[in-house]
Ligand binder design. Structure first.
Ligand SMILES: Cc1ncc(COP(=O)(O)O)c(C=O)c1O
Length: 423
């Protein structure tokens, strides 16, 4: 029986393809992140095919922030993806994963002058977050200028992941957009791009119709008033995935239809490159996080204590996010218990699920958390002295490979120095 994405119930255990994940967790140890390459490929193809059959000049730049494992980046690179980066550290990871400067786009927020100069000198295209950010490097007369425009609206699953609209720190408000491009032209820029990103995890197709209509309208006005063309129009990421059982997946064909129709109607025949920066959509459901039940406490409210806490899965503590959780070795039993699932962290926000129904669990059972591919490892920490988990990939032909080793205790003190006078 299929559970979710590439994960299914075979004889009561959770499997991905032919791989018994309960067995894998017991062999490799927990916590463990297991990624299905096949699902990464299917997700990439779903966006690429929906858009490229409607609009030829189309490019995906995978948003590295969602999951920066170099093997995962390389899988997308080999499929033709570029990399969307938010920091010099992400640029470093993208280059390590084989992306050339031409295939990296940099969308920083409040970056210092030195970082912008360094990225420009590396030949990386920058989506400037503000007019003053462009002015930081204006003296070297950049040939190319692209700005992140805040289209005055946004959308996302939680207020914390809405990045467009009137109460955010991102981009240039639409009423100042013209001034940005005028200035860039004054400093000699001759090639232009335009960017927006309205927020993350949107499951409404209509949202993409409305926000691109607004954004392309802004782009059109800039083109008309300044008599310029855009070599690319970048609509960011934000394509959602279902986290709750009752949610419906995004209809990517319909999203692509809305976006490309808007582009053709509003921008017309100039044919800029249409770019998207999906993070979550490409990686979230490719990965499951496996943990072990350590102990159960029951004084009225049943608390299932595991080796997965907010140090690995921060999203529930950060936004109240929901992740579906199952007992991976008891899938044949119906979910019977309403419990809180926690880790070992000394914070009362250390909950990875609350008031959730799962199969009755006992010490030593393996739990599985779905949608663990996006904003999980990349948001994890060593808080309370826990090493980060191992990451494994199940390749398209069923091989199991370790794509990042489990951290060891010595990683917790890496870079630390002890002053001998302290003894
Ligand atoms: C500029 C930019 N592009 C792309 C993304 C990826 O968003 P998502 O994972 O929702 O696709 C983000 C996420 O915050 C972002 O800030």
């Amino acid at each position: 029986m299929k559970y979710y994405a590439d994960f299914e119930n075979k004889g009561g255990n959770l499997y991905s393809g032919e791989v018994d994940l309960v067995d894998l967790a017991r062999r490799e140890g927990t916590p463990l992140l297991v990624t299905s390459e096949r699902r990464l490929v299917d997700n990439y193809n779903s966006i690429y095919e929906s858009f490229s059959k409607r609009y030829k000049k189309f490019k995906i730049n995978y948003a590295v922030k969602a999951n920066s494992n170099p093997t995962i980046l390389s899988i997308f690179r080999r499929m033709g993806s570029g990399a969307d980066t938010a920091s010099m550290g992400e640029i470093y990871i993208a280059r390590f994963s084989g992306f050339g400067s031409d295939d990296i786009i940099f969308t920083p927020n409040f970056a210092p002058r030195e970082t912008l100069l360094e990225a420009y000198r590396m030949g990386i295209r920058i989506n400037f977050d503000d007019i003053g950010q462009f002015q930081f490097i204006a003296d070297i007369k950049p040939r190319h200028a692209s700005f992140r425009i805040n289209p005055g609206m946004g959308g996302g699953e939680f207020p914390g992941i809405v990045t467009g609209g009137h109460d955010t720190k991102f981009g240039i408000p639409e009423e100042h957009a013209l001034r940005a491009y005028k200035l860039a032209r004054k400093y000699g820029a001759g090639e232009f791009g335009i960017h927006m990103h309205g927020g993350s995890n949107n499951l409404s197709e209509e949202y993409f119709r409305l926000i691109t209509q607004k954004f392309f309208g802004i782009a059109r006005r800039i083109m008309d008033e300044l008599n310029i063309e855009f070599s690319f129009i970048d609509i960011g990421g934000g394509f959602g995935v279902p986290y709750r059982e009752e949610e419906k997946p995004l209809d990517m064909e319909r999203v692509a239809d809305y976006v490309t129709e808007n582009l053709k109607n509003i921008i017309g025949s100039e044919e800029p490159m249409l770019m998207v920066e999906p993070g979550r959509y490409l990686v979230a459901d490719s990965t499951v996080l496996l943990g072990r039940v350590n102990y159960i406490k029951n004084y009225g409210k049943k608390i299932v204590g595991t080796d997965i806490g907010m140090n690995i899965l921060l999203r529930p503590a950060l936004y109240g996010a929901y992740h579906r959780i199952v007992v991976a070795n008891r899938l044949d039993s119906p979910p019977a218990d309403t419990v809180r699932v926690v880790g070992q962290i000394c914070e009362n926000t250390d909950r990875i699920g609350d008031e959730i129904k799962i199969q009755e669990a006992s010490e030593g059972d393996i739990i599985a958390v779905f949608n663990a591919g996006a904003y999980v490892y990349s948001m994890s920490s060593n808080y309370n002295g826990f090493p980060r988990p191992e990451e494994v990939l199940i390749t398209r032909n069923g091989e199991i490979i370790i794509i990042r080793e489990r951290e060891r205790y010595h990683d917790l003190i890496s870079g630390a120095t002890l002053n001998r006078y302290m003894f």
